[in-house]
Design a protein around this ligand. Structure first.
Ligand SMILES: Nc1ncnc2c1ncn2[C@@H]1O[C@H](COP(=O)(O)OP(=O)(O)OP(=O)(O)O)[C@@H](O)[C@H]1O
Ligand SMILES: [Mg+2]
Length: 641
């Protein structure tokens, strides 16, 4: 499978974009953490810091939606003023005199209509702006996270489970930018409150003071609500990620689960988490159910008090009916949007948690460094030198130690070793999926680390032990976006001995292969992924046990086709079967992380008992291979050495 190499090659410009995003978010994340350290529980401040990232990234959209929201706020207040004015100048005189001036009616109509239209414009600008800003930020971050996934080295990926990466790119990104939705509304509400309070005082001082008691009551109730609901929401977010991790793992391992009859246990594992999530959500719902009526009733209660006090003041001549209506109305319309500030603050805990999780990915280091050297593209095989290579996964246990060998252009070398002796690891070093701890790999005399980004993918292809196919057509899986003709695809399929079964598929090259190529057999999948490597005409082709699932006869035909093909590619083959090994010009025998011996198959058979034991152990007496016995005997051979 050559995807990782070619993907790494395509990420130059994207990775640059990513680092800009990464740096910016990184600064804020550090700031957020520092602040957290110095002031525990300052989620509100952290939340504003996260919002500041979004505002700096999308200042124009933020301005448009905030202006929309301010317009809406101002006009909502103006609406109250129009209502009060109409009551005072049109409705009450009409009651008093029994007649109505039609011109005044038109004025009232025009005022209401004008305010309503402008308010609608404000709402559209606010909603659209908030939506666009939120989804754009989600898209920016998702792109940055995905780019980062692609540019981070294999070691990083080996330490991070897929379920976690999925939740980083989905749930965490959504949570991080959740507060953007109520942000413009909250900003507008603040402005509206200031204007409304000023107007209430302007209308009637006493009534305004009575009315103002409602605001602190609503804010205090909101704060209580946030305090109770926030931890529940944060927990629910973690649980959602855990549920998706379990689901992902169960679906991925469906075969194992089914064959071992573990459906019930898997279901219980999933159900336990799902129930926990349900319980937390229900608890959050209960808190909300308790607070919603209180928050809704407070303004109505305030209006009642204002009306009661207002009526007595009108009767005593201290104020007029219009002002009472204005204050009562202002109170109603301002009390509801106050809750948007609550929504904003309520989103903060989730947002800060999500942002931190996303930032941990964006700030992850270890991205591979590239040089500026290029390889010749003059056809023919590449010259490979592995020079004093050492590598370890576990610091206490050296896996590869001073491994050196050379492959002349166009030659075929078989890598032979017991299971877990480090063959696959060696292939990942030769394709620079990882960098060695010591030593170097030279391709045509150039250290792989000195090559420009993407350069290696143009010359080297690897077909890995487990074939990975995409949910795409045969053509899509072979080309993976490379611009090649169907003739070339067929030629690659022919060399991989895959043309026969592809031609037999109902739609040939256009046949879809299902997720991970489930509609094909294991051996067919291996041959498609081999064709994917061949169509790129690599100068060095590495096959890591890539034909293990095809029968020995087909395997031999594939190798013959590769060796006698006109490309003259250099071949490194991790092989088990004698027939395959026998085709190689040279065999490199890997043992205990070192090269035990090198030479032709015949030479090694003659002089190395451990080699003879190993290759003979893989073969059944009838000459056919059984995978289980191969692995077992490989291990036995490894132990025996
Ligand atoms: N990502 C990893 N993290 C930690 N250890 C690893 C990792 N990948 C491989 N190893 C360890 O390195 C050793 C060599 O693994 P490797 O896959 O290179 O062996 P191999 O020779 O290809 O074996 P096989 O013939 O079974 O394919 C094994 O002991 C394995 O446990
Ligand atoms: Mg292997």
């Amino acid at each position: 499978m050559i995807r990782p190499v070619s993907v790494a090659g395509n990420t130059l410009s994207r990775a640059q974009g990513c680092s800009v995003m990464g740096r910016r978010q990184g600064r804020v994340a550090t700031q957020v953490r520092d602040e957290r350290a110095s002031r525990r529980g300052s989620t509100t401040r952290d939340g504003f810091a996260v919002l500041a990232v979004a505002i700096r990234r999308e200042p124009r959209i933020f301005t448009v939606s905030t202006i929309g929201s301010l317009l809406f706020g101002a006009l909502t207040v103006a609406d109250a003023w129009v209502l009060g004015w109409s009551t005072e100048h049109v409705v009450l005189p009409a009651f008093e005199h029994g007649t109505i001036d039609p011109r005044l009616l038109w004025v009232v109509l025009a005022l209401f209509l004008g305010v309503a239209i402008l308010r609608a414009v404000g709402i559209v600008a606010r909603r659209l702006g908030a939506g666009v800003m939120q989804y754009r930020m989600q898209a920016h971050t998702r792109r940055a996270v995905t780019r980062q996934y692609l540019s981070l080295p294999m070691e990083w990926h080996q330490r991070h489970p897929t379920g976690q990466l999925l939740s980083n790119a989905n749930a965490d990104v959504e949570a991080a930018w959740g507060p953007i939705a109520p942000l413009p509304m909250a900003v507008g509400t603040l402005a509206m409150m200031v204007i409304a309070i000023a107007q209430m005082f302007f209308a009637d001082l006493v009534l305004a003071l009575v009315g103002l008691l409602v605001f602190p009551a609503v804010i205090v109730a909101n704060l209580f609500y946030q305090r109770l609901a926030s931890p529940l929401m944060t927990r629910a977010q973690q649980l959602r990620a855990e549920v998706s991790e379990i689901a992902h793992e169960s679906f991925d391992g469906a075969m194992v689960v089914k064959t071992l009859g573990r459906e019930e246990e898997e279901m219980q594992r999933f159900a336990a988490k799902a129930h926990e999530l349900r319980d937390v959500n229900v608890r959050a719902g209960r808190v909300r159910a308790a607070f919603d009526p209180i928050l809704a009733a407070l303004p109505s209660f305030g209006v009642l008090v204002v009306l009661a006090v207002g009526v007595s003041r009108v009767l005593s001549g201290a104020t007029n009916a219009g002002d009472v209506v204005t204050v009562a109305y202002l109170l109603t319309i301002v009390s509801f949007p106050i809750r948007s500030i609550g929504w904003l603050l309520g989103e903060f805990p989730r947002s800060v948690v999500g942002f931190r999780r996303v930032s941990a990915v964006l700030e992850a280091t270890g991205e591979m460094q590239y040089g500026d050297r290029f390889l010749t593209r003059d056809g023919g095989g590449a010259h490979l030198v592995v020079d004093g290579l050492s590598y370890t996964y576990d610091p206490d246990q050296r896996l590869l130690d001073d491994v050196s060998f050379e492959v002349e252009p166009g030659r075929t070398v078989a890598l032979v070793g017991a299971t877990a002796s480090g063959k696959s690891t060696l292939t990942t070093l030769m394709t620079r999926l990882v960098d060695p701890d010591g030593g170097r790999v030279l391709l045509d005399g150039t250290d792989l680390r000195d090559l420009a980004r993407g350069e290696l993918a143009g010359s080297v292809a690897i077909v890995q032990q487990t074939a990975f196919l995409f949910d795409d057509t045969v053509r899509g899986n072979v080309t993976l976006g490379l611009d090649v003709s169907d003739e070339e695809v067929w030629a690659a399929l022919r060399a991989a001995q895959a043309d026969g079964f592809v031609a037999a598929l109902p739609s040939g090259l256009d046949a879809r292969l299902g997720e991970r190529g489930t509609s094909l057999s294991g051996g067919q999948r291996q041959r498609i992924s081999l064709a994917r490597a061949l169509v790129r005409r690599p100068r060095l082709l590495i096959l890591d046990d890539a034909t293990s699932a095809v029968d020995p006869e087909v395997e031999a035909r594939i190798l013959e086709a590769l060796r006698s093909g006109d490309s003259g590619a250099t071949l490194v083959v991790v092989a088990y079967r004698k027939a395959t090994i026998g085709l190689a010009d040279e065999v490199v025998h890997l043992q205990d992380g070192r090269i035990a011996d090198r030479g032709t198959h015949r030479e090694l058979l003659g002089r190395s008992p451990s080699y003879a034991r190993l290759v003979n152990a893989y073969e059944h007496p009838d000459g056919h291979l059984s995978h289980v016995s191969a692995e077992l005997s490989g291990e036995l051979a490894g132990d025996a050495q």
